[in-house]
Design a protein around this ligand. Structure first.
Ligand code: COA
Length: 187
């Protein structure tokens, strides 16, 4: 299988413990397991959990060639053993207003090790330094304490509550709106 072209806008990134790179179809099993895991899916209320491996392939296809698009997703791979442990990336990139939303998810076996904070520091630095973002948004379900804590540790400000923001299976869910500005990150 030929590898997809490396995106200049969303290139692979590296941290102390992780490689961040676009998913390929070789990652289909992980993507399916991960996004059908109730512990992960319970807080991703903009989409229902996956129930079919074909949906994982569609996700990979959607993110395969991010160059020129307003979104991307990096898979997070542990350097120690190349194991995929989660993902993060930008979406809703609004170039005119220099802002984008960040999203992220980690498999529960790897929670509590600072791995997502490490990945997001690299993604955020990339957003401010190379995508010329001025503002990064994050939307978090109000009961997702781990995610809110993570954003606060990274210096995000909680701006308010978006009431009934996502609807899943006929139920509406309030979300916190968080943001981080480039000048705050650089300070
Ligand atoms: C949100 C989510 C990524 C947070 O994961 P996490 O592992 O708690 O996040 P971090 O990477 O910031 O790790 C912080 C924890 O690691 C601990 N830690 C251990 N070693 C560490 C290190 N070297 N550096 C930093 N923190 C470390 C911290 O003390 C902290 O533990 P605590 O929460 O018990 O105090 C994870 O819960 C998740 O993926 N949830 C499901 C999907 C989801 O909710 N996505 C977000 C939607 S908005």
């Amino acid at each position: 299988m030929t590898q997809p072209a490396v995106s200049q806008t969303f290139p692979p990134l590296e941290t102390e413990r992780l490689f961040l790179r676009s998913f390929t179809f070789a990652d289909t099993d992980f993507v399916f397991q991960h996004f059908s895991n109730p512990a992960v899916a319970q807080y991703l209320l903009d989409e229902p959990p996956l129930t079919d491996i074909a949906q994982a392939q569609e996700i990979i296809e959607f993110f395969l060639e991010p160059e020129g698009k307003t979104y991307n997703r990096w898979g997070l791979f542990r350097k120690a053993d190349q194991q995929c442990i989660g993902s993060c990336g930008f979406h809703k990139w609004d170039r005119r207003n220099a802002r984008a939303e960040i999203g992220y998810d980690l498999s529960p076996d790897f929670w509590g090790q600072g791995l997502m904070a490490e990945a997001l520091r690299a993604a955020i630095a990339h957003g401010f330094d190379h995508m010329q973002l001025n503002r990064i948004d994050a939307l978090v379900y109000v009961e997702n304490e781990r995610s809110a804590k993570l954003l606060q540790r990274l210096g995000f400000t909680q701006e308010g509550v978006l009431r009934d923001y996502f609807c899943l299976d006929g139920k509406y869910y309030d979300h916190f709106l968080f943001s981080l500005l480039q000048r705050e990150w650089k300070a």
